[in-house]
Design a protein around this ligand. Sequence first.
Ligand code: PEP
Ligand code: MG
Length: 328
Amino acid sequence: EERNLQRLATKPAVTRDGVAVRLQANVELPIEMDHVVAVGACGIGLLRTEFLFMNRTVPPDEEEQFEVLRSIVMRAGGQPVTMRTLDLGGDKGEACFVHQFGDSVTSALGVRGIRLSLARTELLEVQLRAMLRASAFGPVRILLPMVTSVSEVRAAREILARAARRLHQRGVEFPTALPPVGTMIEVPAAVLIADALTQISEFFAIGSNDLTMYTLAIDRADERVAHLYNPLHPAVLRLIRLTVDAARRAHIPVSICGEIAGDPRFAPLLLGLGLHELSMAASSIPRVKRRIVNTDLAAATAMAETILKESDPVRIQILLDENEEGDE
Ligand code: PEP
Ligand code: MG
């Protein structure tokens, strides 16, 4: 079976009824790039940049970040690399960042993601300069985490423009067309203002991990409630659908990069909800691809419609299981 999965690497992810799906990789460490290339990912849908800041007392400077980002872009071989700005906080607020950022970033409802970047704009600008310079070596997209309002995206874009001016002044070469800027949709507030966010975002990336946590008010680290964490909760599925609908109305691309994107059992449902770009750990790509080539999109869409009418998460699981049996 491993060999069969390997053979899939060179095949496109196309549904039985001929719809192409883009399977991209989530990357946390540069060392994963070999694997990303080996499984035939359509680029990187989420580059988590926290590794650049781990276990050190001072943040990396522009040059250091640029070198690392450039090597990732070059390794991606012409496929797009979606670079997310620093997203500390919540489950990523570990002790290894405390020297640089204090312990304030550990709270899920505190200064995390874009909030931290906008509180420390000098850090954000350095990071954006490194990303702009890396974009000279291949297609780059910039992604903003934990957005809850239009003004955050606007502010980040202003800092991107400032970063570009600064590079110009220094005579540094980089493409005149700035990379597309996208918004992570991972807080219910962002879903509910998705129409407004499409006006200032060139793409959306749905972060279903955080979206599930904030929608259901479940801290997964708390074992007394962890069993209630469920991305198949109808509230989460409806929020995903609203996001896809807003992106479609505005004709901007939308992808999903939470853990559910890497679970083959959920692939037909996500396709049926209108998602055609999934980003996941590279190791998940072969199995998700195998599921997709065995999926009929028309049937998946009908199933998603049925599931969206359900209000009981247990019923939703049963409907998914029935669908799986039908496919085999
Ligand atoms: C998410 O929240 O779903 C996501 C992809 O981001 P992270 O897991 O890095 O918070
Ligand atoms: Mg997240």
